[in-house]
Design a protein around this ligand. Structure first.
Ligand code: ADP
Ligand code: ASP
Ligand code: MG
Length: 482
């Protein structure tokens, strides 16, 4: 009902809306930033001190989505539904108690009892559509609570459910946004309110053409923030999280890494694509399309500054190697077939089977009779299910006399930088510093912005530290580029 109400609103096109604030700022707050009352106090301070923030996109409270994933998988891995929901309740209830309004308790209880019903269904059946419905409750509860919390702090808020405008295809768990529909519907749903209110909405979730709930993949709230920014022509997108910006290396891997205060769109997109969890892999694409500058900073220390991602980074002299990222949970699929020898079209057939099963391939190397490729299980779908289903393997086997090997427990380590494909000695220097490690696969040359390696996850941290010490800590990448 509400969806069609907004669609039917005959608002003028966005650029012609003279009376409305033209270029608001969109702020996305991640799971730790909305985790509890004390974190929410910081969010409120940020919003109060930046009057241009007119749209707030929120994640679920930290830990809630992981619990919801367990709930959604209750058929496969039995769990105590009631205990799980109580655990979720124990995370979110203190926020409701702080707000302390009967209407808020009512809304929360209603959401939790809907969740209980879905949890009971999930003990009897599992499919990705129900899983997405269940996963959406984290963000739905969060957006309701954040909106009420900010109102309690005298910030006039309007809660607009993301399902009204975040239109996607029906690929549950990893839905693809329909940017045209989002632009039309987000402008109509959000824009009328930005003068008077701070609009609060959910990240991560959307809806397909039939109105069914979809999700954008784990960590997808950053992507939602960018899509909304694009749709409403935002001046900038602020990503508020638990670190002071984008570091050269995940600060959890090495405490010595520094924040990079200015990154180009390309550099940040590569970092996000190759696993820097601080940004969902697709976040930068809407920002690049719409030329929206992105800020990443800490909710808990906003005065410390952060990282700005702009079309070009601001440093006069760009170091060759800028950062290192790791993506865990990689699968190496090796397909060996003597049919491949001097045959045409074998690779095309392999890729068409993978594409039919909606599988994206990251790294590829080939020899005369074998092909090795890496698949990412972490971004494959929101519930982290294995992508290599029996149906897919059967289709691959039917391609000819194939021998398939699957290796798990691998990490993709990506070195991110500029002109890496034009820099003399870079591969040699990398191999030299990693001489004590087995690099299972090495990809260099396709892009000037990355060099990728597949290593055993057990040694990934050591590999990253070695690369960091050799190229970033001593700041000696200029030598390599000489
Ligand atoms: P949020 O819930 O706010 O979206 P995430 O946990 O998704 O937060 O992302 C923030 C985390 O990303 C940090 O705590 C950090 O450990 C991790 N991270 C990985 N790589 C980087 C990097 N290069 N710079 C900063 N943080 C990174
Ligand atoms: N809550 C979702 C997740 O944990 C989305 C997000 O936080 O961005 O993956
Ligand atoms: Mg995140």
């Amino acid at each position: 009902m509400l969806v069609s109400f907004f669609i039917n609103l005959k608002l003028p096109a966005l650029q012609k809306v003279g009376a409305y604030m033209m270029h608001p700022v969109v702020a996305k707050f991640g799971g730790t930033s909305v985790a509890n009352v004390s974190a929410l106090e910081h969010c409120a301070d940020i919003i109060l001190s930046s009057p241009d923030i007119k749209v707030v996109v929120v994640s679920a409270q930290s830990g809630v989505t992981n619990l919801l994933v367990k709930l959604a998988k209750a058929l496969k891995q039995p769990v105590d539904i009631k205990a799980l929901i109580q655990e979720i309740q124990s995370i979110v209830m203190p926020i409701a108690e702080y707000i302390n309004l009967p209407a808020v308790y009512d809304k929360l209880q209603k959401l939790l009892s809907e969740l209980m019903t879905l949890g009971q269904i999930s003990t009897r059946m599992y499919n990705q559509q129900i899983a997405d419905e269940i996963l959406s409750f984290g963000e739905r509860i969060s957006a309701m609570l954040v909106s009420e919390f900010l109102a309690r702090k005298h910030i006039p808020t309007k809660y607009i459910p993301a399902k009204w405008f975040m239109k996607t295809d029906s690929h549950h768990g990893q839905a693809k946004p329909d940017t045209k529909a989002i632009s039309q519907q987000a402008a109509q749903a959000i824009y009328p309110y930005v003068n008077e209110y701070v609009v609060v909405t959910e990240g991560f979730i959307g809806s397909d053409e039939q109105g069914n709930t979809t999700t954008l993949g784990r960590g997808g709230s950053d992507f939602s923030g960018a899509l909304i920014s694009e749709a409403i022509g935002a001046k900038s997108l602020q990503i508020w999280t638990d670190v002071n910006g984008i570091y050269q290396v995940d600060p959890r891997t090495t405490s010595k890494a520094c924040v990079i205060d200015s990154l180009s769109f390309n550099e940040a997109a590569e970092l996000a694509t190759f696993g820097a969890k601080v940004l969902h892999p697709a976040t930068l694409w809407p920002a690049i399309r719409a030329n929206i500058h992105v800020f990443v900073g800490s909710t808990f220390s906003p005065k410390q500054g952060g990282s700005w991602i702009t079309p070009k980074q601001k440093a006069v002299q760009t170091p060759v190697i800028r950062a290192i990222a790791e993506r865990k949970n990689q699968t190496l699929l090796t397909i060996k077939s003597f049919d491949m020898f001097h045959a045409k079209g074998f690779l095309a057939r392999v890729f068409s089977v993978l594409s039919k099963h909606n599988i994206g391939v990251d790294l590829v190397t080939t020899s005369e009779v074998s092909i090795a490729l890496t698949l990412d299980n972490t971004t494959g779908c929101s519930t982290g299910d294995s992508l290599l289903t029996p149906a897919l393997l059967a289709e691959l086997k039917a391609l000819g006399q194939v021998d398939i090997q699957i290796q798990n427990g691998l990490s993709l380590v990506a070195v991110i930088g500029n002109q890496l494909n034009e820099t003399k000695g870079i591969s040699g220097a990398l191999f030299a510093c990693l001489k004590n490690y087995n690099i299972r696969l090495f990809c260099h040359g396709a892009s000037g912005h990355n060099i990728c390696m597949l290593v055993d996850t057990t040694v990934a941290k050591q590999v990253i530290e070695k690369i960091y010490q050799t190229f970033l800590m001593t700041n000696n990448m200029q030598e390599v580029s000489a």
